[in-house]
Design a protein around this ligand. Structure first.
Ligand code: ARG
Length: 475
């Protein structure tokens, strides 16, 4: 069913209908469209534009339609153009012409912006909860390996020894920032477009601030043209999702490397691995690879929407219909990747012995030589040079730093006494890192305790927001 036609003598050509039609993807907005229709109905009723009898009739039909949509008893038909027209048909099938009364003071332009906002808020909250589960899995794994030394890398070269729990824990903080971004976004997105009408607001003295409150928004649009044109909330949500995807892709890359035969650190659980159709021995970290690969798709959706918005005239233009599929796809994709990565993290076992053996390799204790000299009063630049010379001697003799002779040390710098050997242990190097955020055991324990408390507090706030949102949807 089309929502227009009075001035047309011909029905749309098949190609026009085929290109226009969005119900095949926007049907998922139906529960939000029905809820915002209830809010609109209430304001029409309180403005005296509907008789109490008509309002009661429409309200009953809308509520029936809500359960018919939920149970799939009511579905879009081949003739329906979009979610809005399909639902108006549903209403009219129940109560005849009275169903058309809801169109007063409202346009699909403010309606679709409102529906999409409600959909996005609902799903971004769900994503924030799923990120919380991943953070919890990371905290548990980081705690499990909170005493396991491993080499730390820069430029993918051995740099300094660290605790492997510290390596794992770093991800918790990136995801905490992602959740903060969702919260910032939520505050900015909490402006209701409903009441903006087609673009100019409504002449029917409806009160947008009342529908805004009814739908859980903080305020209503300060400018009706902006109200129907603004898709910042879509672009921002796509950016946040992309960044979560980028963070997941970096976990994916690490897992792929750690699971190689060359590293042999990570034993990915069978349930989170896949095999090869030809090579019977293969156990591939496909979840890690998909986490890495899906980030490209998420970034693609973001750039697609930004390109669609670039230079777009105000107010509503049909180009805006192209905002939905990328948003839906990014949300769906992330909701597939997050639980898979969470499960992979939670079930991977790491080889402590291999990581410990690798920790001092590649002269990763050279900084300790320089730090020893600094403690003895040598300027760092000189100390750095001396430590570099020690490494060069080791390389020429094919030995490790602690195997250098006393005379090797003192020839390099007279202040390099045999005491330096005490600093040349993985345990000593790690233990010396005691400052906030450092890899030392106590600092790591503090980091994990604080992260645990922060994740708990954030998730409890989000679960209140989820409850408030679902209560609003049920009203
Ligand atoms: N299906 C449309 C969309 O997604 C709904 C709004 C249509 N508005 C219009 N003026 N044609 O954007």
């Amino acid at each position: 069913m089309a929502l227009w036609g009075g001035r047309f003598s011909d029905a749309p050509a098949d190609a026009v209908f085929a290109l226009s039609r969005s119900v095949q993807f926007d049907w998922r907005l139906a529960p939000y469209d029905l809820r915002s229709s209830l809010a609109h109905l209430r304001v029409l009723k309180s403005s005296g534009l509907l008789t109490p009898e008509a309002a009661t009739k429409i309200e009953g039909a809308l509520k029936d339609l809500i359960s018919d949509v939920a149970s799939a008893k009511f579905l879009p038909s081949a003739e329906d153009e979009d979610v809005h027209s399909a639902l108006e048909r549903g209403l009219m099938e129940k109560i005849g012409e009275t169903g058309g009364a809801l169109r007063a003071g409202r346009s699909r332009n403010d309606q679709v912006a409102t529906d999409l906002k409600l959909y996005a808020i609902d799903h971004m909250l769900d994503i924030a909860q799923q990120i919380g589960l991943l953070q919890q899995a990371l905290i548990a794994k980081a705690t499990e390996y909170g005493d396991a030394p491993a080499p730390g890398f820069t430029h993918m070269q051995h740099a300094q020894p660290i605790l492997f729990g510290h390596e794992l824990a770093k991800h918790i903080h990136a995801f905490a920032r992602d959740i903060e971004r969702i919260q910032d976004w939520l505050a900015r997105t909490s402006v209701s477009p409903l009441g903006s009408g087609a673009l100019a607001g409504s002449g029917l003295c409806l009160q947008p601030e009342i529908t805004a409150k009814d739908l859980g928004f903080t305020s209503s649009s300060a400018n009706s043209i902006d109200g129907v044109s603004d898709r910042d909330f879509v672009a921002e949500a796509l950016f946040i999702i992309s960044l979560v995807g980028v963070h997941l892709s970096r976990i994916g890359e690490e897992w792929c490397i750690w699971a190689t035969t060359e590293f042999g650190w990570a034993k990915v659980a069978d349930a989170y691995s896949t095999g090869s159709s030809i090579m019977p021995q293969k156990k591939n970290p496909d979840m890690a690879e998909l986490a890495r690969g899906k980030a490209g798709r998420l970034i693609g959706n973001l750039t697609g929407v930004l390109a669609m918005l670039k230079g777009l005239p105000f107010a509503y233009n049909r180009d805006l219909q192209e905002d939905k599929e990328p948003l839906f796809d990014s949300i769906d994709t992330l909701r597939l990747v997050l639980p898979a990565v969470t499960g992979m993290v939670a079930t991977t076992a790491f080889d402590r012995a291999k990581m410990l053996a690798a920790a001092p390799q590649g002269f990763s204790l050279a900084t300790e030589v320089a730090d020893f000299l600094v403690r003895a009063g040598v300027p760092f630049a000189v100390a750095h040079e001396a430590a570099g010379k020690c490494v060069a001697i080791c390389e020429s003799k094919n030995i490790e730093l602690h195997e250098l002779s006393d005379s090797d040390f003192t020839t390099v710098n007279p202040k390099l006494t045999s005491e330096v050997r005490k600093s040349l242990t993985v345990e000593g190097a790690i233990a010396s890192r005691t400052t906030v955020g450092a890899t030392g055991k106590a600092a790591l324990a503090k980091q994990l305790a604080e992260a645990t408390a922060a994740v708990k507090a954030t998730q409890s706030k989000i679960s209140t927001q989820v409850t408030t949102f679902s209560e609003m949807m049920g009203q």
